[in-house]
Unconditional design. Structure first.
Length: 196
């Protein structure tokens, strides 16, 4: 007798035993359901325990989409564990305010990301000054982009930030100590080198 024949005869025997006793089948189904519910409850308990292990949560504002510097922010409130939050998240709805720098989709919005009034002055970092630039060759640098300011092959400011576009002439924020030199370099022609 082969294995398949033995299995077939075993199934036939099982049917003969269970057919006149339906309560056995219902008992097996109830026991299996109870085991499934117990496993589900244990899994839920483990998930809750892991979540509690993170500690307290806090409601923060998270961007709905990627936002470039100078664009309005759209954000929704989300609960996050406090241990994974960045420093100084905004405490109010930043929607409608202007981004001071690029913010990725799903990032927590922090105070340094927000330009309260939306003016170019709000995009200028502390201790920096903004200088309108007349470029010798247009670089097409966008608002919020980091640039290096050069003139006649000499680096005038190794760190600059485009904060506005004045009809094709970018306004670039540079450290205050080099701002007068950048303004003077405008006379001989300035080139903005875009940074990655």
């Amino acid at each position: 007798m082969s294995i398949i024949d033995r299995m077939g005869s075993g199934m036939a025997l099982l049917r003969r035993v269970l057919a006149p006793r339906p309560w056995v089948r219902w008992t097996v189904m109830v026991v299996c359901s109870a085991l499934f519910l117990a496993a589900l409850a244990d899994h839920r308990r483990q998930v809750t325990s892991a979540r509690d292990g993170w500690g307290e949560t806090r409601t923060v504002w998270v961007t709905d989409r990627s936002v470039a510097a100078g664009e309005p922010i759209t954000a929704t409130p989300t609960d996050h564990p406090t241990v994974v939050l960045p420093d100084d998240p905004v405490g109010h709805d930043p929607s409608g305010t202007v981004a001071r720098q690029a913010i990725g989709a799903g990032e927590v919005v922090v105070n340094v990301d927000v330009a309260p009034n939306g003016a170019p002055a709000d995009l200028i970092p502390a201790g920096w000054l903004a200088v309108p630039i007349v470029e010798a060759a247009p670089s097409s640098a966008a608002i919020g982009e980091r640039v290096v300011v050069t003139t006649d092959g000499v680096v005038v400011a190794d760190d600059g930030l485009v904060v506005a576009d004045l009809g094709g002439a970018p306004m670039v924020a540079v450290p205050a100590d080099v701002a007068p030199i950048v303004a003077l370099a405008n006379e001989s022609g300035v080139t903005l080198l875009r940074m990655p």
